[in-house]
Design a protein around this ligand. Structure first.
Ligand code: FEO
Length: 402
């Protein structure tokens, strides 16, 4: 084993021993434009403990970072906070290398680890609020089902006032710096929001529940250490308030207009819708889907109040790029949106009604019948598109508090 990869001490007893994935760009459909990290943490307690592992190809990097501080064979415990493969893929090889006394996970985690990894090793199940003695230090487990998976839990190291938050408070951002305050704050803000929009948006209830529980426990907190991206050590109340705001999803005057186009008719319509939105006092963001990734759309939608969708009719269907993004957004279940559909067609006018149905299925409040145009919009048709934008802007004024 070389000593190329070193651990980084992040608190009195904790070292970061994760891996940096600089080139990854596709994270199960999420465009990770700035790469990511898979964070694992080593607690140097009487019982030396590893918190989470890494994606399978990075296991050597993890073990090398551990070896820069301590012989990996001295690890007594492994805590698996989350069984998704980016955090558990390395677990079988780590167990093989380390031969730990115990591996801890939630009840769902124990099952999920077996279903994924088919381990020979017995998993010790831990419960909500259970405390684990590491000898001189203690870890408390808090169950956080659906933040991000049914198995998810977080772990609190009281002596260092440090919360291992797994996917929660994470972001996809590769960096050599380990703390958020060492990085460009615009990038941090952008990637933090993008991560919430693409990973945690479907789960406002579970997010609110754990935030309420943490507030009630009033744990002294000096650091939040997620499983992706940098560690937080400043304004931890502000972070939690930001999550609470996103979970509440209060509508704003921002309207996201997504569309694609074959011969620029739907594009002309989208531009007219955008002008109507702006004229009516809304903030319009137009995203043409041949150049905007689905995960960027999700990020834009995070703080929006309206979603307008435009598509040409292609072989009696919604255009493929539009269908892709709508399928993705339906899964993310953004709440409290109003919206409408528009588009152009040649001889069969079907796509806009399909879009309308998709919006209805997403529980978007439809404010207008779809606006459809045969072939190329004339001035009258563009005026109807502009009116659609103005109508949505007026509706946003009515529902927004600001
Ligand atoms: Fe980073 Fe849900 O895994």
């Amino acid at each position: 084993m070389s000593d190329n990869f070193r651990a980084v001490q992040v608190s009195e007893h904790v070292y970061w021993v994760g891996a940096i994935d600089w080139p990854v760009r596709n994270f199960h459909g999420y465009l990770t434009g700035r790469g990511t990290t898979y964070n694992a943490y080593l607690i140097l307690a009487d019982k030396i403990t590893l918190v989470d592992t890494v994606k399978k190809p990075f296991t050597g990097e993890l073990l090398e970072r551990v070896a820069s501080v301590v012989d990996p064979g001295r690890i007594a415990y492994i805590i698996s906070n989350h069984s998704e493969m980016d955090h558990s893929g390395g677990l079988p090889a780590v167990i093989e290398a380390v031969r730990p006394d115990k591996v801890f996970a939630s009840a769902n985690g124990a099952k999920a680890l077996q279903d994924h990894l088919h381990l020979d090793h017995q998993i010790t199940v831990v419960k909500d609020d259970q405390q684990l003695s590491l000898g001189n230090l203690d870890v408390t487990f808090l169950m956080t089902p659906m933040v991000h998976w049914p198995d998810s839990m977080i772990s609190y190291l009281a002596q260092d006032k440090l919360l291992f938050s797994q996917d929660g408070f994470g972001m996809h951002l590769a960096s050599t710096e380990r703390f958020a305050d060492q990085l460009d704050q615009d990038v941090v803000t952008q990637e933090f929001a993008k991560y919430y929009a693409n990973i945690l948006l479907p789960y406002p209830g579970p997010v609110s529940k754990i935030l309420t529980k943490l507030a009630g426990l009033n744990l002294p907190l000096a650091m939040i250490a997620p499983d992706h991206g940098p560690i937080w050590r400043r304004d931890l109340d502000g972070l939690r308030a930001q999550y609470a705001k996103w979970a509440a999803r209060e509508p704003t005057r921002k309207a996201v207009v997504i569309f694609d186009t074959m011969w620029h008719s739907t594009e002309l319509m989208a531009r007219a819708v955008g002008e109507g939105l702006a004229g009516g006092g809304a903030v319009a963001k137009l995203m043409r889907l041949d150049v905007s990734h689905r995960s960027e759309v999700a990020a834009e939608l995070l703080e929006a109040g309206a979603l307008l969708v435009g598509s040409p009719n292609l072989n009696n269907n919604v255009f493929p790029t539009v269908a892709d993004v709508m399928t993705y957004l339906r899964g993310l279940r953004p709440a409290n949106l109003i919206g409408a559909a528009f588009g152009s067609y040649g001889w069969n006018n079907t796509a806009t009604q399909q879009l309308n149905n998709m919006l209805t299925e997403m529980k978007v409040e439809i404010v207008s019948e779809p606006v459809s145009v045969k072939y190329v919009p004339d001035d009258q048709a563009l005026a109807r598109c502009r009116q659609l934008g103005e109508l949505v802007a007026t509706a946003l004024k009515r529902i927004c508090k600001d």
